[in-house]
Structure formats: structure tokens, C-alpha cells
Design a protein around this ligand. Structure first.
Ligand code: CAA
Length: 257
């Protein structure tokens, strides 16, 4: 891996992926995105990992897709490169993913953070979809996920003006989970990850899938989907363990089976 750093057990059951092109503000070139896809797939298949954190550095989570790599491309080049199929695979990761964001989360960087399941941000984080300023528009989900997260008026303004949103504003509008001082954002992401890592990994995967389904279907279908996943939990040893532990007044020990 050239452009990302992966620590499989950064904390018990928690993996950390750090985007690592600091000089380019972690601009997401094709190779970095391919590495990220491969790392997520490997972590998704690793039974010892229950939660994944994706982070950048203090100055930038990621300043977007690599503009220099795209600058000379034609529409047919872009079609053939098909960079967004990589994003589709990232979206299919079954384990919970937390984005720990500081500094710039712009364009594809904002879209990557929104592809994660939760966002913990530092006070210095700035979110934006500034593609309009370089003559294009979001292409990795920005128009859809941002609108669903913060509503049409605010999303439209960000997409049409390229204006950045501060971490405080992003929290107020429901784009992110919480804001903490810059020296604490990674620690806070680990705290959240550890809390989730103590739950049943089976239930966590099924619950993530059901929450995400709410973005893709109507209420009736969504409730049906939820119910099936709820019933499926009862096929797990974790369900027996969780409920027995409650009755026996002890802490459950989930195994992910
Ligand atoms: N692609 C390629 N290189 C980038 C980059 C990007 N998205 N963002 C920053 N860089 C590079 C700069 O070119 C610069 O490199 P050099 O030193 O070699 O010139 C280096 O990172 C540092 O950047 P700046 O000197 O510009 O730093 P700054 O502090 O003055 O400005 C910034 C920071 C406001 C984030 C500015 O870099 C910027 O506007 N970046 C582009 C943001 C953007 O437009 N993102 C959207 C990209 S398109 C997209 O993402 C499409 C999609 O939906 C998938």
C-alpha cells in the first residue's frame, strides 16, 4: 500500500486506515481509492475486526478527487476508467465504518466521509462540495447523501456555491455525529468504535444494513427488511448470549457467531 496506512488491531477489534498523501492533502487518486477498497475488503473478511476507522491527518481528511489526474480527461476516458465502481465496492463494506475528520473534507473527501456510517470531527474540520468552482459537480454521491443528511436548501447552497460548512454547522445540521477539540478527534472516534466493538458483530452488521436500506426504499419495504434482519439475529449465538447475560445480570461476551 503506497497511499494508505492500515493498522489491523489499532485497539482490540478496531482497525484504523489512514489516508497518507499529506503533501497533496490526501487527494483521492485512483491508486489510493483502489488501495482503500482492497483494505476495506480484507478488514471486512477479518473476523478479529469489528469496526473500522478511516482518517486523514490534522490538516486534511481529503481535499477531494485528484484534480491533476482528472484534468485532461474526456467523458469517454472517465467512463472507461469507471472510478465510481471502486466507490460502489467501498459502500458494500458490511462492518461499521467511522470517519475521523480534521481539516478539509472536500468534494470526494466529503463524499468519502458521508459514505462512512458515522463522522467524528475536529473543530477545524470543513466540509464542502466545491466541484462547481472547477466546472463540474459532485460525482461520488454528494448530491444524494448531502441532501439526505442536511436537507435540500442547505445542500443546494453548498453544491451550487461550493461554500464550506464548519464542523459546528455540520453538527447542527445532522451531517456529523460530534465535534471535539482537534487533539481529541481520533481518540473520540476510537471511543465510539470501542463502544460498538463490544456489541454483537452479527447484530451490528444486520443493523447497519437495515439503517442503510431506509435510504433506498419505502417505509413498507424498509420495515419488512428490518423484520427479516431482526429475525435473523435469533439465528446467532450472540442473541442467546446477549439475552442470557441480561437475565443472569452479567456482561455479555459476544463472539460474532
Ligand atoms: N487534487 C489534486 N491536488 C490537490 C487537491 C486535489 N483535489 N487539493 C489540493 N491539492 C494539492 C495542491 O495542488 C497543492 O499541491 P502543490 O503544492 O503541488 O501545488 C497541495 O495539495 C496543497 O494545496 P494548496 O496549496 O492548494 O493548499 P491551500 O491550503 O492553499 O488550499 C484547499 C487548500 C482549499 C483545500 C485547496 O487545495 C483546494 O481548493 N483544493 C481543491 C478542492 C476541490 O476542488 N475538491 C474537489 C475535487 S473534484 C471531486 O472531488 C469530484 C468528485 O466528486 C469525486
Amino acid at each position: 500500500m503506497e497511499f494508505i496506512l492500515v493498522t489491523t488491531q489499532a485497539q482490540p477489534h478496531v482497525a484504523l486506515i489512514q489516508l497518507n498523501r499529506p503533501k497533496e492533502l490526501n487527494a483521492l487518486n485512483l491508486q489510493l481509492m483502489g488501495e482503500l477498497r482492497d483494505a476495506l475488503k480484507a478488514l471486512d473478511e477479518d473476523d478479529a475486526v469489528r469496526v473500522i476507522i478511516i482518517t486523514g491527518n490534522e490538516r486534511a481528511f481529503a481535499a477531494g478527487a485528484d484534480i491533476k489526474q482528472m484534468a485532461g480527461k474526456t467523458a469517454i476516458d472517465m467512463l472507461n476508467i469507471d472510478q465510481f465502481s471502486t466507490w460502489d465496492q467501498i459502500r458494500k463494506t458490511k462492518k461499521p465504518i467511522i470517519a475521523a475528520v480534521s481539516g478539509f473534507a472536500l468534494g470526494g473527501g466529503c463524499e468519502l466521509a458521508m459514505t462512512c456510517d458515522m463522522i467524528v470531527a475536529s473543530e477545524t474540520a470543513q466540509f464542502g462540495q466545491p466541484e462547481i468552482k472547477i466546472g463540474v459537480m459532485p460525482g461520488a454521491g454528494g448530491t444524494q447523501r448531502l441532501t439526505k443528511a442536511i436537507g435540500k436548501a442547505k445542500a443546494m447552497e453548498m453544491v451550487l456555491t461550493g461554500r464550506f460548512m464548519s464542523a459546528a454547522e455540520a453538527e447542527k445540521h445532522g451531517l456529523i455525529n460530534r465535534v471535539v477539540p482537534v487533539e481529541l478527534y481520533l481518540e473520540e472516534a476510537f471511543k465510539l468504535a470501542s463502544e460498538i466493538a463490544q456489541m454483537s458483530p452479527v447484530a451490528a452488521k444486520l443493523a447497519k444494513e437495515a439503517v442503510n436500506r431506509s435510504f433506498e426504499t419505502n417505509l413498507d419495504e424498509g420495515l419488512y427488511f428490518e423484520r427479516k434482519n431482526f429475525y435473523l439475529c435469533f439465528a446467532s449465538e450472540d442473541q442467546t448470549e446477549g439475552m442470557n447475560a441480561f437475565v443472569e445480570k452479567r456482561k455479555p461476551e459476544f463472539k460474532g457467531r
